[in-house]
Design a protein around this ligand. Structure first.
Ligand code: EPZ
Length: 426
């Protein structure tokens, strides 16, 4: 079993480069199923989750070729089934994003239920609400355990017809799945209370390059006018704003001076604003940001919200930093119902954190001590590395497969700015 061994690493400095965004790449890979000619994707990050999505596409009959250097060629002209097998679905819940494109291409899709994970139940009711609005019959089959082999959704329709859909919550995945189903539907679809994340905009830009007719991505109302057919395209995945934010916190927490390259600063407004509130100096350039961490971090409060609010995927990383901020800091997690699994791990390193339902209070100025800790999800894993950089002694992070799902070569990148971190095979 692999683990990451992290030693105290103050004053990180130098350049660190961000990869393509996992949460843009996964829906865009799913969307390649809508194309009927060669598609070239650039800046595809080397991640476990991306490998699994490519496996899912191949299993559906698409050609998927890794051309090296982050370039992937996909051709979905000859997809030959509408069913994604359980063993693939169970590896990664984002495989559920192939439902929309398969409905668009084949008017039919069968997917086992994505099931929950440590951060929450991760329901799909809004995805199904959208498909049903487009005229799709969605049969829900539940076995004894709701994410087992015999629990699946069988969706089918005579024809996909555009409609108005209101999302009770601006769900990222539901917005993406409905967009991908609507792009080949007959007529107009309007998604109201749509998610506004940059990854939605990147998906929309990709679908438009394929020949789709989409307006309003990035706002809470997205208008899709169905077209007959989609073709091929070349597309560069946007940089990963969450990986960038993670490295910004690494500089902040270690009194570092780090330049993060391949960044769109505008995607990081809440993170930049909160780091400045904590006393960091931030310099923005066209495609990079410089973060200088102060000697003493001021206390801050965060509340996670859908974009453009503070990103839930940055909550664990900020909590690691808050253990070092002065005074008492609070976190309110409004997006997922169980996203404080990292608190116990921080406590094992000496943090003083109290949790009451969806809010956490973090006592600042705490000396952390290295310990054996476990990544419960990919962002918790990244946050434990950050905590290990400021803790006295050695921190051993286990279950690092979570981290490899969302961070490409994380130890090589962090070593490059002076981080004392190594991957060890136990
Ligand atoms: C995407 O997940 C991201 N994953 C998550 O990133 C991210 O945390 C999340 O968006 C929020 O930004 C990918 O893009 C692959 P949601 P998604 O649907 O689409 C509720 C990471 O660390 N909901 O916006 O699953 C749901 O329960 C991962 O990279 C419904 O109620 O998120 C949750 O409380 C973690 N019904 C809230 O919406 C539905 O049908 C947000 O979920 C769908 C969602």
């Amino acid at each position: 079993m692999e683990k990451l061994v992290v030693e105290k690493s103050m004053n990180l400095r130098g350049h660190i480069r961000v990869s393509g965004a996992k949460n843009a790449c996964l829906p865009i890979l799913a969307a390649t199923l809508l194309g009927t000619e060669d598609i070239i994707l650039e800046d595809v990050p080397k991640l476990k989750d991306v490998e699994i999505m490519c496996e899912v596409l191949r299993a559906l009959g698409a050609e998927v070729e890794d051309l090296g250097g982050g370039v992937v060629r996909v051709n979905a002209k000859n997809i030959n089934t509408y069913e994604t097998k359980y063993e693939l679905m169970s590896k990664m819940r984002a495989s559920f994003l192939v439902m929309g494109p398969l409905l668009g291409r084949m008017n039919k899709a069968k997917n086992s239920l994505p099931g929950g994970c440590t951060i929450g139940a991760r329901p799909i009711d809004l995805h199904l609400k959208g498909f049903r609005a487009l005229g799709v019959e969605c049969e829900e089959h539940y076995g004894e355990d709701d994410d087992g082999e015999d629990s699946y959704i069988l969706a089918h329709t005579e024809n996909l017809v555009g409609n108005k859909v209101y999302l009770d919550f601006p769900s990222v995945g539901a917005t993406e799945n409905i967009m991908m189903a609507a792009v080949l539907a007959k007529g107009r679809t309007i998604i109201e209370n749509a998610a506004m994340e940059p990854e939605i905009v990147d998906l929309s830009n990709f679908l438009r390059k394929l020949g789709g007719n989409i307006k309003g991505a990035g706002t809470n109302t997205i208008i899709i006018d169905g077209v007959e057919k989609l073709y091929g395209a070349k597309h560069q995945i946007i940089p990963d704003r969450i990986e960038a934010g993670t490295f910004m916190v690494a500089a902040a927490i270690t009194q570092g001076d780090v330049i993060i390259d391949n960044v769109i600063p505008n995607h990081l407004r809440p993170v930049i604003s909160k780091l400045e509130e904590a006393g960091c100096q931030i310099e923005e350039f066209d495609e990079s940001v410089r973060v200088v961490g102060p000697e003493f971090l001021k206390g801050i409060d965060i509340k996670t919200l859908p974009y453009p609010g503070f990103p839930t995927d940055m909550q664990a990383q900020f909590m690691a930093m808050m253990t070092q901020c002065q005074g008492t800091n609070t976190v309110i997690e409004t997006v997922f119902e169980n996203r404080f699994m990292h608190v116990d791990e921080f406590r094992r390193m000496g943090a003083m954190i109290s949790v009451d339902d969806r809010s956490a209070t973090i006592k600042g100025g705490r000396k952390l001590v290295g310990n054996k800790v476990y990544a419960t999800d990919l962002r918790c894993g990244a946050a434990l590395i950050l905590a290990g950089f400021v803790a006295e002694g050695q921190t051993e992070v286990y279950d690092i497969y979570h981290i490899d799902r969302g961070y490409e070569d994380i130890e090589a990148k962090l070593k490059g700015i002076g981080g004392n971190i190594k991957r060890v095979n136990e």
